[in-house]
Design a protein around this ligand. Structure first.
Ligand SMILES: O=C(O)CCC(=O)C(=O)O
Length: 266
């Protein structure tokens, strides 16, 4: 199977006990160089081709209208893509990625032997284009997801460099285990930045800068955000979410609207 390791980067087959302790305490951990150059190149080829041909399903920046986005699809820049959805069906390289032992083993360490990948959430190539990208406010991914338990873990693979200036993710460590009053969120369940009682927590943000091939594992309850891309180069990331066997989507919800992939370890 592809996805192997670049010769100059040594990646262990699984999390160390320090990684696991950090994930439990902070809600995130970065593994450097998990995806090799040939896997990234294949993913980038698919991304560029699908962007050029606007292969649906697509979420456009204008659909969400976050700050910085064009007001509508017919406006200048209105066809700027925010996400190529259903990444898994776009090319076999994504199936290979989901089965790649150094990724899957790590998910099994957190979620248990049988790891399940919902196709209804994430399962996308996140695109952040220079001219019309947007700011994503502080949120928890599970806010609109409906599972028996909120214990889901995301794997965010950087296809290129992710830095502060091109809108890398920001996270607030430990928030995956905190609970907050509803009044601290706005109508769309973004954590409000205008409340003095939220300031101290937001000040604890950490910027997660990534090199190509690095993977950010983060809990779907952790608060995260990102700014728009302020450079002249596109930023692309491949994102999937996972849960353990027994944590089922609630019937009738969007989370149960598509099948799930059951991933068995090698
Ligand atoms: O890159 C970004 O703007 C953040 C994306 C994100 O967190 C999300 O869509 O859930």
């Amino acid at each position: 199977m592809a996805c192997g390791v670049d010769s100059q980067v040594v990646v262990g087959p699984e999390f160390t006990s320090e990684d696991l302790a950090r994930f439990e305490a902070d809600g995130f951990v970065v593994v450097r160089g998990l995806a090799d150059a040939s896997t990234r190149a294949r993913m980038l080829d698919v991304t560029r081709d699908n962007l050029q041909r606007l292969v649906e399903p697509i979420e456009f920046e204008a659909d969400l209208r976050y700050p910085g986005a064009p007001a509508e699809r017919s406006a200048t820049g209105g066809k700027t893509v925010r996400r190529l959805k259903q990444a898994h069906s776009r090319d076999f390289v994504f199936t290979e990625w989901l089965q790649y032992p150094p990724l899957l083993n790590r998910m099994r360490q957190i979620l248990g032997d049988t790891v399940v990948c919902p196709l209804a959430h994430h399962n996308c190539i996140m695109t952040k284009e220079p001219a019309f990208s947007s700011d994503t406010g502080w949120h928890q991914d599970v806010r609109y997801w409906s599972f028996e338990s909120p214990e889901l873990v995301n794997a965010w693979l950087a296809l290129g460099e992710e830095r502060i200036d091109n809108g890398c993710l920001q996270v607030i460590p430990g928030t995956h285990r905190m609970t907050f009053d509803r009044s601290r969120f706005d109508d769309e369940l973004f954590f409000r930045t205008d409340l003095p009682e939220n300031e101290e927590l937001i000040a604890r943000r950490q910027y997660v800068e990534l090199q190509p091939g690095d993977v950010l594992f983060f809990h779907a309850r952790i608060f995260h955000s990102a700014t728009r891309n302020r450079t002249d180069q596109s930023k692309y990331s491949v994102v999937f979410t996972f849960h353990g066997a027994g944590n089922n989507p609630i019937p009738g919800t969007r989370s149960a609207s598509l099948p799930e992939l059951i991933l068995h370890g090698a």
